[in-house]
Design a protein around this ligand. Structure first.
Ligand code: ASP
Length: 344
């Protein structure tokens, strides 16, 4: 039977055209978009389109949009073999990471893609990204199972696990990278899948969709000379539940007393703080240096080699799922739920 893919358009450069009056990019109509991709009608699999109204620049994305994306997939889950989400590149790693936690026990591909140039312009990377993403979403292995039943990002010539990605380039077509996990597939003349890096669900896995997101989180990025009032202003934010603490190197922080005391106090007050290195590659190793041993004593958790995008969205999802069970959130933050971290 012909595989069927649902293309969900949320916005982003890929689905924009230039306004002849202002010169700015704005979302294209569905018909204009279809006009630029005539191959849809000739593809060996069925592609159906669903467009969000309004379509947005992804800088405007909000957790409520992630809920809408997750619910759209849930609603159409049985009708399609795979899903492709067209999304702006600016926050694609956040949205795709969020969906990886919201769609538990996923058994079908959900592939995010976009482009650096709008679909209608010469040299645009949109068509290749779109066509490869759709093909990967439709393809099955020799057992008839989807080849990549994960939330992933396809860009330029790589398919990455979504919750391992970061937007790394505002200029090159190769906009994303997965620094701590190898690609799930590479695309050239042929598509080469890497099954040993792909997560395959248990035979009895059934999709569970989590849509309670708690946005009471913050990112605290350390820098040389950061002052006590700045740190306190963030940690004393009313109702704050979780903090991504961006540290140096292997998870190190300045050794000033006020910093550790502020962090320890916040943790005692019930705020969960997780250590995430500012380095793209490598992992937090708490206790390796004296300057991180103090973080450990204050009760800061290790984020291991997770990305900020994945950590932040994982926190939102877990805090929403277990609003009154901080120990459970702490326990799950320390474990890989869908391949987002590797413990060292
Ligand atoms: N600002 C655009 C967006 O994220 C950029 C892009 O799509 O590449 O929606």
């Amino acid at each position: 039977m012909r595989a069927k893919v649902l293309l969900i358009m949320t916005g982003g450069t890929i689905s924009m055209v230039q306004d002849p009056q202002t010169g700015s990019l704005r979302p294209a109509s569905l018909d204009t978009f279809k006009h630029f991709v005539p191959e849809f009608s000739q593809a060996p699999f069925g592609v159906e389109l669903l467009a969000f109204n309004p379509m947005i620049d992804s800088s405007d994305v909000h957790p409520s949009d992630w809920v809408k994306m997750a619910q759209t997939i849930e609603q159409h889950y049985d009708e399609y073999d795979g899903f492709v989400i067209l999304h702006g590149t600016d926050t694609m790693s956040y949205s795709a990471s969020a969906l990886s936690f919201m769609l538990e026990d996923l058994t079908k591909p959900v592939i995010f893609t976009g482009s650096q140039l709008p679909i209608g312009v010469l040299r645009s990377d949109a068509r290749e990204n779109l066509q490869s993403a759709i093909e990967i979403a439709a393809v099955k292995n020799e057992n008839g199972q989807p080849m990549v039943p994960e939330v992933s990002i396809y860009f330029e010539d790589r398919l990455f696990r979504a919750n391992r990605t970061t937007k790394r380039n505002a200029e090159h077509f190769s906009a994303f990278n997965s620094y701590n996990y190898p690609p799930l597939a590479k695309v050239g003349v042929h598509i080469t899948y890497q099954p040993s890096f792909i997560h395959y669900p248990a035979a009895d896995a059934t999709l569970k969709v989590h849509t309670q997101m708690d946005g009471r989180v913050a990112v605290l990025k350390l820098f040389p000379g950061i002052t006590e009032p700045v740190v306190k202003a963030i940690l004393n934010t009313p109702d704050l539940r979780g903090v991504v603490l961006e540290t140096y190197g292997a998870g190190n922080a300045p050794s000033c007393e006020w910093l550790y005391e502020s962090l320890a106090q916040a943790i005692k007050a019930g705020i969960i703080i997780v250590n995430k290195t500012q380095c793209n590659t490598g992992s937090v190793q708490m206790g390796l240096y004296d300057v991180s041993r103090n973080l450990l004593k204050a009760g800061v958790l290790s984020g291991y080699d997770i990305t900020t995008e994945a950590l932040l969205t994982k926190m939102m999802c877990l805090l929403g799922e277990y609003p009154n069970d901080t120990p459970k959130v702490v326990e799950l933050l320390q474990q890989p739920l869908c391949g987002e971290l590797t413990k060292n």
